[in-house]
Design a protein around this ligand. Structure first.
Ligand code: NI
Length: 274
């Protein structure tokens, strides 16, 4: 197994702790006739903060040693105060790497100070960045009261504070599945197995004419360890599904992202108001 594939396996093992549904979905899909070769990832998404030492471009550069190249396109999510970029591998069986970054400028000073403190810890732990930053704790466990205080102000900051800089989600590349002809068929299968799909912006985001259709499960609460050994539940991660279409007049699949769809996919992480 290559170093890159080993990295993805370790990142997956960590991810399924936060997204137990993802593991279950693999089992269900294999029972339905899918194989390791047909379960390919379209992209893997990471979250970070706009801070020196851990910014999205610095994290993305880690993947360049494995042949990844930065796509020129920057994605902007002004409502969520996020910017994102993605990296593409020449081997199309390797997932795109999607890294978003929370811009701190518009947040209250206490939230900014808290995040800067986390960033400083990460820089001390990983003075020379390498892939271990995605596989090991980025900082000491945060205090439960900080999570409760800041989560309502920014779900993104709360999640990243609680779990650190690691995979937020993997994404099944629906085109490669052998037993489903469409994303809609896959969604029907998942729902018939009692999985909840994110309905924000409609179950399927995007259309064939936009060249990308996406859906995702809803994240659920998972155990999380906070400072002082305090154990509480926090919102974990979702699993995403993407089907791509060919660019007009070409046999190449569209490789980009659609900000208005991704904006709604981000909400799969949101705790549902009761
Ligand atoms: Ni995604």
């Amino acid at each position: 197994m290559t170093e890159l594939n080993q990295f993805w396996r370790r990142a997956w093992d960590r991810y399924v702790q936060l997204a137990p549904d993802a593991d279950r979905i693999h089992t269900l899909l294999k029972k339905n006739g899918e194989t390791d070769a047909s379960l390919v990832n379209d992209h893997v998404a990471f979250r970070t903060f706009q801070l020196p030492g851990i910014g999205r471009h610095e994290l993305g550069a880690i993947f360049e040693k494995w042949g990844y190249k930065l796509s020129g396109e920057t994605l902007d999510f002004p409502e969520k105060k996020l910017k994102a970029n993605y990296w593409i591998h020449p081997d199309r069986d390797q997932p795109k790497v999607f890294i978003s970054e929370l811009e701190l400028g518009n947040f209250p000073a206490d939230l900014q100070d808290w995040i800067r403190g986390l960033g400083e810890q990460a820089c001390k732990r990983f003075p020379k960045l390498n892939e271990n930053i995605f596989l090991e704790p980025s900082w000491d466990p945060i205090r439960a009261e900080d999570y409760e205080r800041f989560y309502p102000k920014s779900e993104y900051a709360g999640w990243t504070g609680a779990f650190g800089i690691q995979v937020n989600h993997f994404t099944i590349f629906v085109n490669r599945l052998k037993t489903f002809g469409s994303l809609q068929d896959l969604n029907t299968f998942l729902k018939s197995n009692d999985l909840k799909l994110n309905q924000a912006g409609g179950e399927v985001k995007g259309t064939p004419s936009e060249l990308l259709e996406q859906s995702s499960t809803e994240a659920r609460k998972v155990p999380c360890e906070f400072a002082g050994g305090v154990k509480k539940e926090a919102m974990g991660c979702y699993y995403e599904f993407a089907r791509r279409y060919t660019l007009p007049g070409s046999s190449e699949l569209f490789q980009g992202f659609i900000p208005k769809s991704a904006d709604k996919i981000f909400e799969s992480n949101f705790e549902k108001k009761k």
